[in-house]
Design a binder for this molecule. Structure first.
Ligand code: ADP
Length: 473
């Protein structure tokens, strides 16, 4: 079953060889034989006509003797290795190059028919039973005074002709065998370029189907099959990555849910069984409430992230004033900034700056970035929010003077649940999901988000938005 394609190709190859042989053995063979006989007959016919028009005519006009003509046809017989007759219309052989001239015992061809070759200019046969084996015969009439006086008939054995035909056919057979062997090259090419890579691809798909998504295989060709193999391998690696991500996500979710749940359970039990005295309840109930808030936040973030992925993110794009959204978002953080004595500086381009995007989602992006900037800023520091119009795009930057991000963590901060070691102590409520949501939203708009950060100095998050045509009005 696995070898079917190969067997099919091999069968096609053998069929090609077989039909090649049949063609040479039938068509080519009969065509060559026919052509050889015709050529020979043509050349003999020319000689017969020549003899009929010259010596033979002379014989009937008494310009020459029988002996002279006999000598001439004997010479031609030697030269052509053919028997030459001069025969009367009634069938008596007047001269025969193969036997000495004998007037007494003149041979007569029984049943001789002067129009024996009216259809073709030559015949193959025993010539009215005059020969034991088949001969090729041509004839030319001897015409004197508009009257047929006799015929010059030339016979030649076909044995020699057939030998020659066979030699030519042998050359055809040898050429066919060489061609057949040469076409083996196609079979070798097929094996190496198609069959083997296909076997590898089939094996790989079997492995992937069996769940072994980390199965590696190599097909080194820059054609469609190579492309197919590369795509398949890429697809498997993506699936494997998805599977790994899924496992990591479940591990992270369980971990992040366990700690607040443990403390909620621990404190509530301790309050119920009296380990924590009633006067201390308020303090511990506050902790339980905070932990519950964290669980709600975590669940909401997870749901948001899940919806973003599953929906392929449906965006409700409108033209809106980015500056206004920045002002609004900044206003919601006024209380938090006052607490940490952080001053928010808004450096906005123009009175209004219209973007074309999903306003609610962009507001969420700004909220996440500003929330982080405040969380990771030192007291008495400044956070700048800028809107810039550049190269037909809107650039928005949120820049803080906080703890910064270590170089080795820069790439990971976008991953789900990732938190830098620096921030863990400072922000116990963080989920590590905000930035992955942020990036998903920006990417769904076909835009980019980037971060520039130096540990201990601060971070700047910059993202782009599509400029709206409304700005031109
Ligand atoms: P969360 O803030 O809930 O922990 P995020 O996905 O928003 O989750 O951020 C991931 C991590 O990236 C944070 O835990 C923190 O380590 C780092 N980070 C994000 N923003 C900043 C910032 N402005 N300054 C320093 N570190 C940051």
């Amino acid at each position: 079953m696995k070898n079917t394609l190969y067997l099919k190709f091999l069968l096609a190859y053998l069929i090609f060889g077989f039909f090649g042989f049949v063609v040479v053995a039938t068509f080519a063979s009969s065509m060559t034989e026919d052509m050889m006989r015709r050529n020979k007959a043509e050349s003999l016919y020319k000689v017969a006509t020549l003899v009929a028009d010259t010596y033979a005519t002379d014989l009937y006009t008494s310009n020459t003797s029988l002996d002279t003509v006999k000598n001439e046809i004997d010479m031609l017989d030697l030269y052509l290795t053919s028997t030459i007759w001069i025969i009367s219309p009634s069938g008596s052989i007047i001269l025969d190059s193969s036997t000495p001239y004998d007037v007494e015992n003149q041979v007569t061809v029984e049943n001789f028919d002067p129009v024996w070759n009216s259809d073709t200019f030559y015949t193959i046969g025993t010539f009215f039973d005059s020969f034991e084996e088949d001969v090729l015969s041509v004839s030319a009439p001897i015409i004197v005074n508009y009257k047929v006086q006799g015929y010059v008939v030339i016979h030649t054995t076909i044995q020699e002709l057939d030998n020659f035909t066979n030699q030519i056919l042998n050359i055809s057979y040898i050429t066919l065998v060489i061609l057949f062997l040469l076409s083996l090259i196609i079979l070798i090419f097929f094996t190496n370029l198609v069959y083997r890579p296909l076997r590898k691809i089939t094996k790989a798909t079997e492995e992937y189907a069996a769940g072994n998504l980390h199965y590696q295989f190599q097909v080194d060709s820059a054609d469609e099959i190579g492309y197919l193999a590369a795509s398949l391998s890429y697809m498997a690696s993506e699936l494997a990555r998805g599977e790994d991500d899924q496992k990591k996500l479940v591990a992270n979710v369980s971990h992040d849910f366990r700690s607040p749940l443990t403390s909620i359970k621990g404190y509530s039990e301790a309050m119920l069984d009296g380990t924590i005295p009633p006067e201390m309840h308020e303090k511990y109930l506050t902790i339980v409430q905070n932990e519950s808030d964290r669980l709600i936040k975590l669940t909401n973030s997870l749901l948001t992230l899940n919806n973003l992925n599953t929906d392929g993110m449906i965006l409700d794009k409108t033209d809106f004033d980015v500056n206004e959204i920045i002002r609004k978002t900044a206003a919601t953080f006024e209380g938090a900034c006052r607490q940490k004595k952080i001053s928010l500086q808004l450096l906005l381009t123009g009175e209004t700056l219209y973007a074309n995007a999903d306003v609610t989602k962009i507001q969420q992006v700004l909220y996440n970035l500003l929330d982080n900037a405040i969380k990771f800023s030192h007291k008495d520091s400044v956070i700048k929010i800028e809107s810039i119009e550049k190269h037909n795009k809107i650039l928005i930057s949120v820049k803080d003077q906080g703890i910064g991000i270590p170089k080795e963590s820069i790439r990971q901060i976008w991953d789900r649940f990732y938190k830098t070691d620096l921030s863990r102590g400072k922000d116990k409520k963080g989920t590590g999901l905000g930035l992955s949501i942020t990036r998903e939203i920006i990417r769904a708009h076909g835009e980019n988000i980037n971060v520039i950060s130096t540990e201990g100095e601060g971070s700047e998050f910059i993202f782009t938005l599509p400029l709206s045509d409304k700005n031109e009005d």
